[in-house]
Design a protein around this ligand. Structure first.
Ligand SMILES: C[S@@+](CC[C@H](N)C(=O)[O-])C[C@H]1O[C@@H](n2cnc3c(N)ncnc32)[C@H](O)[C@@H]1O
Length: 201
């Protein structure tokens, strides 16, 4: 299955995951200083970072994803490393902002990842996210739960039944901005999607 995970899936991601570009642009507009992006994927976020970013550190576990990223296309320094969000290779309070774009759905351990984000953010630092989450109730939530085992295999560990926003609140993040962008062209089982900015608790 490594061909699927490291060659085919990154190829699909690099070509077909551009649809949320205008939301990424809006979300990342106020990022600044030392920024960390978790789950960098094929680097589709890069054109959306503003010039106020001084350096972007990024981690991505899948080597097949990393090789698609064009790191020379921006004016600021980019450091891309292999790693997982559950064990970030950075000292505490290292970053002004942490960014997750459709990655909290894919990490193996959501609670550990949230703890790590809080650890590496400086006091007053902000977490920027664009994530799809579980429906709050109803038939689609049942469907999300029913097909999760199969979906997780097809989409390399993605969870469609995660209550991501609730988990951020429970962990003490102060949600300064939260916007539901509904389905945004995604199928019902991959929605709703949220854009948010949260202050480290
Ligand atoms: C749906 S893709 C999104 C990629 C990119 N953020 C984007 O918006 O195009 C999810 C990404 O999370 C990465 N990922 C999976 N598990 C991870 C983990 N434990 N820590 C960090 N990233 C992870 C995947 O390899 C993949 O690149």
């Amino acid at each position: 299955m490594s061909w699927y995970r490291e060659t085919f899936f990154p190829w699909v991601e690099a070509r077909f995951s551009r649809s949320l570009g205008r939301y990424k642009q809006r979300l990342l507009g106020t990022c600044s200083g030392e920024v960390l992006e978790i789950g960098f994927g094929t680097g589709l976020s890069l054109p959306h970072y503003p010039a106020s970013v001084s350096r972007l550190s990024a981690i991505e576990p899948n080597p097949g994803m990393r090789k698609h990223a064009d790191l020379g296309s921006v004016s600021f320094d980019v450091r891309l490393e292999q790693g997982v969000a559950e064990a970030l290779p950075f000292a505490e309070a290292s970053f002004d902002n942490v960014v997750s774009l459709l990655t909290l759905c894919s990490v193996q351990d959501l609670q550990k990842t949230i703890q790590e984000i809080q650890r590496v953010l400086r006091p007053g630092g902000q977490f920027f996210f664009l994530e799809h989450t579980a429906q709050s109730r109803g038939v689609t939530l049942g469907l999300q739960r029913a097909i999760q085992p199969l979906w997780g295999k097809i989409a390399c560990g993605c969870h469609i039944d995660r209550e991501t926003v609730g988990s951020l609140k429970m962990a003490g993040f102060d949600l300064r901005q939260l916007e539901s962008i509904g389905y945004s062209g995604f199928p019902n089982i991959l929605a709703p999607l949220y854009l948010g900015i949260a202050l480290r608790g």
